[in-house]
Design a protein around this ligand. Structure first.
Ligand SMILES: [Zn+2]
Length: 307
């Protein structure tokens, strides 16, 4: 269990037809280009920052994820999106690698959009506290929108202004006894299964099926499995994820919750055995082995959950 300050910069915005934005008492949206996006986890404690003020605390109930798009400014030379605008210097734009240019190129990138829900345990912080009070309690110096706070340091602070925040924090810890040790139990079977599933999803987001000719997926890793197999895998992931998200986390189809994963694993095993020795074949076998390992980890974790 970790504790984070989440900076909420805007209330609900709309992206095409989709809602993409934040509701400071219910949910927080972010994407796979945001630092720490993988570190934020269910049961983590969050402190909400709106503008200069800390306005509430809660714990994360659920994290949903889906494929999305983001328009980015990119360096026309090296394609980095670490570009910044300089008001007084010409050319106005510069990338982190030193290229200078008049205007960035706009690029639409595939991202994973995450939505962390935290409504259930939300508590308003009254009065609001200036976020700078947390300054000496961050785990590192960089100003990120998802920023890790040291729980021990914060609980020990004698800053009287932080008292109301400490009170809510202690209450959240008391009400989530699994959290009070300061660490999520790494032996928890559900925790392991969610972790393994998360790693599998992260990997698959960067991959495409062997017969996928969509140019937008051109720079993704090509898997040795086809669209039918990949789609079946995604469907099974969705089913398992839904079941893991329920508080009791009981796998309904407990006999073979990972049937497609096991089939895919067998297929990959044969593929690796039959792979040739050319550079291309070795690379493909490497990708197959990576997926094999991820599937193996989730299947093992799911077995621990089934009676
Ligand atoms: Zn550049």
């Amino acid at each position: 269990m970790k504790i984070w300050m989440l900076t909420i910069t805007g209330r609900k915005k709309y992206w095409g037809n989709e809602q993409y934005g934040n509701d400071p008492i219910r949910s927080y949206s972010y994407d796979s280009l945001v630092q720490n996006h993988k570190a934020l986890a269910i049961n983590d404690i969050i402190i909400i920052r709106e503008g200069e003020r800390l306005t509430g605390l809660s714990t994360i109930d659920q994290i949903h994820q889906k494929a999305g798009y983001k328009e980015l400014n990119e360096c026309p030379v090296c394609r980095s999106n670490r570009v910044r605008f300089r008001r007084t210097i010409k050319p106005h734009w510069k990338c982190a690698y030193g290229h200078q240019f008049d205007a960035p190129e706009k690029a639409v990138r595939n991202v994973v959009v995450y939505d962390a829900k935290f409504e259930e345990q939300y508590r308003e912080l009254t009065p609001n506290i200036d976020w700078r009070r947390l300054r000496s309690h961050f785990s590192n110096k960089s100003a990120l929108s998802i920023r890790n706070v040291s729980l021990q340091s914060l609980l020990k602070s004698n800053d009287i202004e932080l008292r109301p925040l400490q009170l809510i924090l202690r209450r959240l810890l008391d009400e989530n006894p699994a959290n009070s040790g300061g660490q999520k139990d790494p032996k928890s079977a559900i925790y392991n299964a969610k972790n393994a599933l998360g790693e599998l999803v992260d990997f698959l987001e960067g991959c495409r099926a062997s017969d996928d000719t969509d140019p937008r997926n051109g720079n993704k890793l090509e898997l040795p499995i086809d669209t039918v197999q990949l789609t079946a895998l995604w469907s099974e992931i969705e089913v398992i994820r839904d079941q893991l998200d329920k508080p009791e986390a009981v796998l309904q189809n407990s006999k073979e919750p990972s049937f497609v994963m096991q089939q895919t694993k067998n297929f990959l095993s044969e593929f690796i055995k039959g792979a040739g020795k050319t550079a291309g074949a070795l690379a493909a076998a490497g990708i197959a082995a990576k997926l094999f390992g991820l599937l193996d980890a989730i299947i093992l974790a799911l077995k621990m959950l089934t009676p």
